[in-house]
Design a protein around this ligand. Structure first.
Ligand SMILES: Cc1cc2nc3c(=O)[nH]c(=O)nc-3n(C[C@H](O)[C@H](O)[C@H](O)COP(=O)(O)O)c2cc1C
Length: 172
C-alpha cells in the first residue's frame, strides 16, 4: 500500500479484539512516531505505552466509553512544554501541539500500515489523567490512542466524508 491507499483506508476504529499487539509491532509504531519532524527538531514528545491492567484502568477512567475499553493497548502521547519551540521573535506561539500532532499522525498511519486500528481521542479528563499518572506540570497528555486488532464484526467501515479539494484549496 502506498501512502494515499493507507490514507484512504484508515478510519477511526471503535471496536477491538482482545488479542494482544505483538511487541515488534508496538516498536514499529513508536519508531515511525520517533522519526517525525518537529519545530527546531526539539522533539517535545513522550509516549506512555499502557499495557498493565492498572495503567489501562487509569486511562479508561479518563475516557469512560464502552468501546474504548475493548482496546488491549493504549499509547498516551504527551507534549513537553519545557522543550517545545516557541516563536519568540514574534508572538511566542508554543508549537508543542503542532509537533505532538505530527508524531501522532505518523503513529496512526503506522498502525494502519500494520493492519491494526486506532482512533484519536482528545475528549478525555486531562486533569484526572495527569494526576493519576503523576505527570509533572510541564508534561501535558494531548492524545490517547487505543490500539489493537479491529473487531470487524462490530466495526462497520464508515463512508469517508471529506470536503472536496476545490473547497479547501486554491491555486494562486
Ligand atoms: C484531534 C482529534 C481528536 C479526536 N477526539 C476524538 C474523541 O475524543 N473521541 C472519538 O471517538 N473520536 C475522536 N476523534 C476522531 C474523529 O471524530 C474522526 O477522526 C473524524 O470524525 C473523521 O473520521 P475518520 O477518522 O473515521 O476518518 C478525534 C480526531 C482528532 C483528529
Amino acid at each position: 500500500m502506498n501512502l494515499v491507499d493507507i490514507s484512504r483506508k484508515r478510519y477511526s476504529v471503535r471496536a477491538y479484539l482482545a488479542q494482544k499487539v505483538e511487541p515488534s509491532k508496538i516498536n514499529y509504531i513508536l519508531e515511525c512516531a520517533r522519526l517525525a519532524p518537529s519545530a527546531c527538531n526539539m522533539q517535545p514528545w513522550f509516549f506512555y505505552i499502557i499495557e498493565s491492567e492498572e495503567a489501562k484502568g487509569i486511562v479508561r477512567r479518563s475516557y469512560d466509553r464502552e468501546w474504548f475499553k475493548t482496546a488491549p493497548l493504549y499509547i498516551v502521547v504527551c507534549g513537553d512544554h519545557s522543550q517545545s519551540w516557541k516563536r519568540n521573535r514574534f508572538d511566542n506561539k508554543d508549537h508543542c501541539d503542532v509537533d505532538v500532532s505530527i508524531a501522532s499522525e505518523h503513529l496512526c498511519l503506522a498502525v494502519e500500515d500494520l493492519g491494526l486500528g486506532t482512533c484519536w481521542v482528545c475528549n478525555f479528563d486531562k486533569n484526572m489523567l495527569s494526576e493519576a499518572l503523576n505527570l509533572p506540570e510541564h508534561i501535558e497528555p494531548i492524545v490517547l490512542f487505543p490500539i489493537g486488532y479491529v473487531d470487524e464484526e462490530n466495526s462497520a467501515v464508515p463512508e469517508k466524508k471529506r470536503k472536496l479539494l476545490s473547497e479547501i484549496s486554491k491555486r494562486l
